[in-house]
Design a protein around this ligand. Structure first.
Ligand SMILES: [Ca+2]
Ligand SMILES: [Ca+2]
Ligand SMILES: [Ca+2]
Length: 171
């Protein structure tokens, strides 16, 4: 193995075999770094709902719900769908839904976000009367983000059927 070894200074050039070894060492460094980034990230946060239920007779009903989100572990190449629901006045159900994805560098991207407003004969109704979308929230490790999303009964033109959702997420 050592019979081809030469002294670079005696010939005035660097033997190519030495250059190849150096290139291999450079390639190994980013490979180790990407393995470290594959660790799962944990996303926490909370969702606050302020909901109003319009009433034909008497005062409109108002509801306040504050949910602390269950911590979610998010792996690379795995999409986690989260749904949080709140109800009000026996007629309204509000559903917050979004996807969590971990991307390069350990940051979390929030996609496919929506807030859906159902209003009908009961809180289990499938009568969808309003939808608001949100997307592309980026959470770097150690950071949090807040979104305020408004939704109301647009389908039936009743602005006193409404919800304001405050979503806070932390990576
Ligand atoms: Ca009502
Ligand atoms: Ca009611
Ligand atoms: Ca309705």
């Amino acid at each position: 193995m050592s019979k081809n070894r030469t002294n670079p200074s005696s010939h005035g050039y660097v033997p190519w075999r030495v250059i190849l070894i150096s290139s291999a060492m450079l390639i190994a460094i980013p490979a180790q770094a990407s393995t470290a980034h594959a660790a799962p990230r944990t996303v926490t946060g909370d969702v606050v709902f302020q909901i109003m239920d319009y009433e034909n007779f008497g005062a409109n009903e108002r509801c306040h719900h504050d949910f602390r989100l269950t911590p979610r572990s998010v792996e690379v190449n795995q999409k986690r769908i989260i749904t949080v629901r709140a109800t009000c006045g026996g007629e309204i159900r509000v559903e917050v839904r979004y996807a969590l994805q971990q991307q390069a560098g350990g940051y979390i991207r929030v996609t496919e976000g929506s807030v859906k407003f159902y209003e009908g004969d009961s809180v289990n109704t499938n009568d969808l009367d309003g939808t608001s979308a949100f997307a592309n929230i980026f959470l770097w490790p150690g950071q949090s983000a807040v979104r305020n999303i408004h939704v109301q009964n647009w389908a039936e033109g009743e602005p006193d059927d409404k919800a304001d959702v405050r979503l806070t997420l932390r990576n």
